[in-house]
Every structure is written in structure tokens, then in C-alpha cells.
Design a protein around this ligand. Sequence first.
Ligand SMILES: [Cu+2]
Length: 164
Amino acid sequence: MAAAGLSAALALGSSAALAADTYEILGKDGKRIGEVTLTGSPHGTLIDLEIAAGSLAAGKRGMHFHENADCSDAGEYKKSGSHAGHGEGKHGLLNPNGPEPGDLPNLIVLSDGSAQAALFTSLIKLEELKAENGSALVIHAEKDDHTSQPIGNAGARVACAAIK
Ligand SMILES: [Cu+2]
């Protein structure tokens, strides 16, 4: 009985040990507009994201993991670098030669400027996102067409969450 209880506790312990981390998302002026929680799985990363009303322009907005955990250049977010795992000609979820590990579906921003998303990527793991220079979740001003190079015509970078 005690042994069964212990093994049940161990089994619970191992699933509870899956890492989950929450990071703040900064908007165009560098102020916090929401947060993203990333949960690591053996097969990829679960993404739960919430952005407050009035934060972004309504519509589909490109969203990717970029290669550096640096959102210190507010409104530009160039310091976040290229897409995580960037490869020449490989951008896009619809690209026959792709995708890049940092590619994600578009974020849909509602008419009040808020957004919520719960999605899963099997293209990259949480420990890979946190390794070395970390990474950043970056939201763009335009829709990602998932085909054009190098960023699907997604335009400027308008929001950034540093992940490390
Ligand atoms: Cu991007």
C-alpha cells in the first residue's frame, strides 16, 4: 500500500516536473502588454498567451521565436535577431523547403486590440528556446503568409518577450 502510494506520488512528481515559465510581452513603447507561458513537453512547446485590450492592431499578425532573449530596443526589437534556427529559404509553415524551428501560426488580434492563444509547436523544445542566448517571442505588424522569404512579409516587429 505504502509502496503503491509512493510510486503514484513519483509518477505525479514526474509530470509536475515539466517546466513551465511565464514571460512578459512588451509592446511598441517597451511597456508590458501581456504575458506568455511556455510549457515544455518531450515533443515540443505548449504556448499560452494573453495580450490586453488596446495593445495591438486587429487582424492576423505574424509571430515567431527569434534567436536572442533581448527585447531591450523597445519598438524595434531588432536585437532579438533572426528566427530561431533560421535557414536560408526555409521560412514558412507552408514552405515545402521549410519550416524554420521558430515558425508559428499567425496570432489573431481581436477588434479591441486584445489576443489570446493556446497552441503547440513540435518544431522547437523549451530547453532549446532557453539555451545559449535564450530566444524571444516576437509579434509582427503584418500577417505572415507562411511562404515569402525571409519572414513571410510580416513587416516590422511590434511586440517582444525575452525567453531565458
Ligand atoms: Cu519574426
